[in-house]
Design a protein around this ligand. Structure first.
Ligand code: ATP
Ligand code: MG
Ligand code: MG
Length: 310
C-alpha cells in the first residue's frame, strides 16, 4: 500500500482572528471569533488528503514549548502526524486577520520567522524518514524552511529520498525550488511568482513547462483564478477552473497539491487528477480561512473543470 507523507519543516500555529468590520488604524478592531489551524503548507496538504480519505502522515519539526496546542489542532482536524519535537523551542505562532466577506480583499497575515533547528534535530528527522519511508511511498516537501536549515540540508534530504527511491513532490520557492528542479524531483507546482524563478526571460510558459518536464514527471504551474498548465507524459494540458466566488485564495495551491497527490496515490488518470485538484482548490477559495474546503462542493465543481491538450 502506498503511503503519503507530508513534510512541513517550518510549521505554524495559525490563530485566525475574525473581525466584524474592515480593519482600521486608530480604532479598536473587535474580534468576533478565534479559531486555530496548523499552517506551513505540508499540513494543509495532509488535511486535504485526510478529508479525501487517503491515508497519510504529517511529518516535520515542531517546538516542545507549545506542542500540546499543536497536537490538539492536528487531532481536531483528524490528521495523523509524527513530528520531530525540538526541545526548548516554540513553534511559530502566526496571526491571520479575516474581515467580513463584503469588505475583504483576502486575509491579512502576520507571520513569525520560526525556530532554529540544530544539526542534531535535522539528523533525528532524517533518521525518522529513513526508518519510515519506503520506495513505493510518496513524500511532499512543502513550505518555507527554518532560517538555519540550509540549501545544503535540503540537498541532503532530497538525496536521502532519492536513495529510498520514493516519489518526491516539492511545493517550494526561491533557491529551494531551483534545487528541486536541479535534483529532478517527480512533481513541482510553482505559482506565478515561483515560476519567475525558473523561467528564462524570453521563454513562454508553455516552453518552460515543456523544458522542466524533460526531467520532472509532473510539472504544474498554477495561475490562481486563471487555472493551471499541467505537463505530464510529454503532453501539456491547459486547465480552466470553474468560476466561483473567491473569498480568500490563500492556501488554494496547498489544497491543489494535496488533492493532486491523493489522486496520484489512488491511481486516477491524469485528467481525473487535475479535475479533482482544481475542484478542491476552487472550493477552498470560497472559504474564509486557508484550508477549509467542502468535499461535496469539490466533487460538483470538478465536473466543471475544462481541460484541453495543447
Ligand atoms: P498558496 O501557496 O496560497 O496555497 P498558490 O499561489 O500556490 O496558493 P494559486 O495559483 O493561487 O496557488 O492557486 C492554485 C489553484 O487553485 C489554481 O491553479 C486554481 O486551480 C485554483 N484557484 C485559485 N484561485 C481560484 C479562483 N479564484 N477560482 C477558481 N479556482 C481557483
Ligand atoms: Mg496564489
Ligand atoms: Mg503555493
Amino acid at each position: 500500500e502506498v503511503l503519503l507523507y507530508t513534510l512541513t519543516l517550518n510549521p505554524a500555529i495559525d490563530r485566525l482572528l475574525y473581525l466584524n468590520e474592515k480593519l482600521e488604524r486608530r480604532k479598536s478592531n473587535r474580534i468576533t471569533e478565534v479559531s486555530y489551524d496548523i499552517g506551513g503548507k505540508g499540513t494543509h496538504a495532509s488535511y486535504v488528503m485526510s478529508k479525501l480519505g487517503v491515508k497519510n502522515l504529517a511529518l516535520g519539526f515542531a517546538g516542545s514549548q507549545n506542542i500540546d496546542k499543536f497536537k490538539q489542532i492536528l487531532s481536531e482536524k483528524n490528521m495523523e502526524h509524527d513530528f520531530t519535537i525540538i526541545d526548548g523551542r516554540t513553534t511559530r505562532e502566526c496571526y491571520i486577520m479575516i474581515e467580513p466577506e463584503q469588505v475583504s480583499a483576502g486575509s491579512i497575515m502576520l507571520t513569525e520567522k520560526g525556530f532554529h533547528v540544530e544539526e542534531a534535530d535535522i539528523k533525528r528527522l532524517f533518521d525518522r524518514i529513513k526508518a519510515r519511508v519506503k520506495a513505493e511511498d510518496m513524500v511532499l516537501i512543502a513550505g518555507s524552511l527554518p532560517t538555519n536549515f540550509t540549501i545544503d540540508n535540503l540537498r541532503q534530504l532530497l538525496r536521502i529520498l532519492k536513495e529510498i527511491g520514493c516519489f518526491i513532490a516539492c511545493d517550494l520557492s526561491g533557491e529551494a525550488i531551483k534545487l528541486a528542479v536541479k535534483m529532478k524531483v517527480d512533481f513541482i507546482k510553482p505559482n506565478e511568482f515561483e515560476l519567475k524563478q525558473l523561467k528564462a526571460s524570453h521563454e513562454s510558459l508553455f516552453d518552460t513547462v515543456k523544458r522542466l518536464n524533460q526531467d520532472i514527471d509532473y510539472v504544474v504551474t498554477s495561475l490562481g483564478e486563471k487555472g493551471s498548465y499541467c505537463g505530464y507524459d510529454r503532453k501539456i494540458y491547459r486547465v480552466i477552473p470553474p468560476k466561483v466566488k473567491e473569498v480568500n485564495d490563500t492556501g488554494a495551491g496547498d489544497c491543489f497539491v494535496g488533492a493532486f497527490l491523493a489522486g496520484l496515490a489512488n491511481q486516477l488518470s491524469i485528467e481525473e487528477i487535475v479535475k479533482l485538484a482544481s475542484g478542491c482548490a476552487a472550493s477552498k477559495v470560497m472559504n474564509k480561512d486557508s484550508s477549509t474546503f467542502d468535499v461535496k462542493t469539490a466533487m460538483e465543481l470538478k465536473q466543471q473543470v475544462k481541460i484541453t491538450q495543447l
